[in-house]
Design a protein around this ligand. Structure first.
Ligand SMILES: *[C@@H]1O[C@H](CO)[C@@H](O)[C@H](O)[C@H]1NC(C)=O
Ligand SMILES: *[C@@H]1O[C@H](CO)[C@@H](O)[C@H](O)[C@H]1NC(C)=O
Ligand SMILES: *[C@@H]1O[C@H](CO)[C@@H](O)[C@H](O)[C@H]1NC(C)=O
Ligand SMILES: *[C@@H]1O[C@H](CO)[C@@H](O)[C@H](O)[C@H]1NC(C)=O
Ligand SMILES: *[C@@H]1O[C@H](CO)[C@@H](O)[C@H](O)[C@H]1NC(C)=O
Ligand SMILES: *[C@@H]1O[C@H](CO)[C@@H](O)[C@H](O)[C@H]1NC(C)=O
Ligand SMILES: *[C@@H]1O[C@H](CO)[C@@H](O)[C@H](O)[C@H]1NC(C)=O
Ligand SMILES: *[C@@H]1O[C@H](CO)[C@@H](O)[C@H](O)[C@H]1NC(C)=O
Ligand SMILES: *[C@@H]1O[C@H](CO)[C@@H](O)[C@H](O)[C@H]1NC(C)=O
Ligand SMILES: *[C@@H]1O[C@H](CO)[C@@H](O)[C@H](O)[C@H]1NC(C)=O
Ligand SMILES: *[C@@H]1O[C@H](CO)[C@@H](O)[C@H](O)[C@H]1NC(C)=O
Ligand SMILES: *[C@@H]1O[C@H](CO)[C@@H](O)[C@H](O)[C@H]1NC(C)=O
Length: 371
């Protein structure tokens, strides 16, 4: 009786014991089953699928808890190739793909990309001016206190040179490429620290705003604040708290990394702070093929389309995002020997690295959980 009680207490106090975590390792040879689970000896074998196939349940590789389920290989869904409408007339905006001059609002298609209207040309929206210019209204002026920010459609204006860093502004598109209007001042995107008061998340190094301030998540376990790689002891809780005021954002168990020892990782949001905080500032930009909203944005898909970020930066961001998604397995190294074939995450990512590129993932979904 006594021993049963002790076991129960231990279970309540420590949750998952590392003995109940699966050991995860790479299988070899052709196997249509990409995840094989042996409950008798708590072993999970992952086997890469053949070309053009992918594991039907890749989601299991993120947030590893020990509860693995068998999964088979499935056909990869074909990526739709982006098509250009060659029949549009005088509509395509600056920096967007075109087939001929007639497609572009500016009437000029250069190397498959629409050029913008030049300085002093009549315009109605910012996005038809050349990069670094905006459509400055000629029949009314914006108030200078920054509270009246319109999206400036149907202006009567002239393409005009953008303001400079630190200048007084009323809307984002007036500011230089890669800047925005933050409390009436042209401010670089991804530049503000936690607790800075900002008008938009795009100014934060974390790309995350809460209660009008740049914010992020700290991770705590066993009453200690963790730093990357957020290692914890299996059986303990992970607490995710807002950096600005320590309010609880989320809580869960320390996750097994598929290795038979009692080190796990607070992997659910291991990427949010101290991680993205370092990633986004490296992606500050000051060039663009585009103008208007497309050159004052924190939307990475747009920024790649407009060449504001290089393919190296795209690979870096994508690699960091994939590592973050599969944080626990990435940190434990349990499947490093087959991860390239699995295509889950690159094991090493730097801004200078040359990992193979794939489709961009939606980074902000990680942060949206806290919005
Ligand atoms: C676990 O069990 C399976 C099948 O019973 C066996 O193929 C595998 O080798 C075992 N793994 C370990 C690590 O003992
Ligand atoms: C994979 O897909 C590509 C393009 O869709 C095709 O050319 C290739 O033959 C396929 N390979 C296999 C092994 O099916
Ligand atoms: C610009 O607009 C003004 C006023 O509508 C017009 O007089 C002028 O001809 C236009 N300039 C060009 C180059 O279209
Ligand atoms: C500026 O001119 C445009 C087009 O003539 C008009 O639609 C708009 O209302 C005008 N704006 C103001 C503030 O007068
Ligand atoms: C900003 O300027 C507008 C127009 O000038 C005014 O109505 C508004 O009260 C001002 N807002 C602040 C916060 O000063
Ligand atoms: C913004 O300011 C302009 C000029 O003062 C005014 O015409 C416009 O109605 C204002 N828009 C809003 C949404 O307050
Ligand atoms: C900007 O215009 C769009 C429609 O073109 C509208 O839905 C949106 O509310 C406008 N935003 C502002 C801030 O006025
Ligand atoms: C802009 O003007 C065009 C044509 O004049 C009109 O069809 C469109 O609805 C206007 N858009 C807005 C947001 O006012
Ligand atoms: C905006 O800037 C003004 C002047 O620099 C400053 O007094 C004010 O506190 C700022 N507001 C916010 C919300 O940061
Ligand atoms: C928790 O922290 C205390 C002291 O801070 C340490 O002595 C203890 O070993 C830790 N427990 C675990 C399970 O890491
Ligand atoms: C557990 O395994 C991981 C990965 O192999 C290693 O980094 C960690 O140091 C190990 N922890 C302990 C307590 O041995
Ligand atoms: C990343 O790993 C690959 C293969 O393991 C290696 O060839 C490459 O040099 C590494 N890159 C960096 C930047 O460490």
């Amino acid at each position: 009786m006594k021993s049963i009680l002790i076991i129960l207490l231990c279970t309540v106090a420590f949750g998952l014991e590392y003995q109940s975590c699966s050991t995860v390792s790479c299988g070899t040879g052709a196997n249509n089953q990409c995840i094989s689970v042996y409950t008798n000896n708590k072993t999970t074998i992952v086997t890469p699928c053949s070309a053009n196939q992918t594991c039907a349940d890749n989601g299991q590789f993120s947030g590893t808890t020990g509860n693995w389920a068998a999964a088979n290989c499935a056909e990869k869904s074909a990526q739709p190739s982006p098509s250009i409408d060659c029949s549009v007339s005088l509509t395509t905006l600056t920096g967007k793909p075109c087939c001929n001059d007639n497609n572009c609002k500016s009437g000029s298609c250069d190397n498959g990309i629409c050029e913008g209207l030049s300085n002093g040309a009549n315009c109605t929206v910012d996005e038809e001016c050349r990069p670094g210019y905006y459509c400055k209204s000629t029949n009314w002026t914006f108030p200078t206190n920054g509270t009246n920010v319109t999206n400036e459609t149907n202006l009567t204006g002239l393409c005009s040179d953008s303001l400079s860093s630190g200048d007084i502004c009323t809307f984002h598109n007036e500011c230089p490429i890669g800047y925005g209007c933050n409390n009436s001042t042209c401010t670089q995107l991804f530049s503000q620290d936690i607790n800075a008061v900002v008008s938009d998340k795009r100014f934060c190094k974390s790309d995350f705003i809460r209660n009008g301030k740049c914010d992020g998540i700290y991770i705590r376990s066993n009453n200690t604040r963790l730093s990357s790689p957020y290692a914890c002891t299996i059986g303990q809780r992970c607490n995710y708290v807002y950096a600005s005021d320590n309010a609880v954002a989320a809580e869960d168990w320390c996750q097994c990394g598929g290795v038979k020892n009692d080190t796990g990782y607070c992997g659910s949001f291991g990427n949010v702070i101290g991680y993205w905080d370092e990633v986004f500032p490296k992606l500050q930009y000051s060039r663009s093929d585009c103008s208007g909203n497309y050159s004052h944005t924190d939307n990475f898909a747009e920024l790649f389309n407009c060449s504001s970020l290089s393919s190296i930066e795209e690979q870096y961001l994508e690699g960091m995002n994939e590592q973050a998604t599969y944080w626990t397995l990435y940190q434990s190294g349990a499947i490093d020997s087959c991860v390239n074939q699995l295509g889950l995450f690159p094991t090493n990512v730097t801004l200078g690295s040359d990992t193979s590129g794939a489709m961009m993932m939606v980074i902000s979904s990680i942060l949206l959980i806290f919005a």
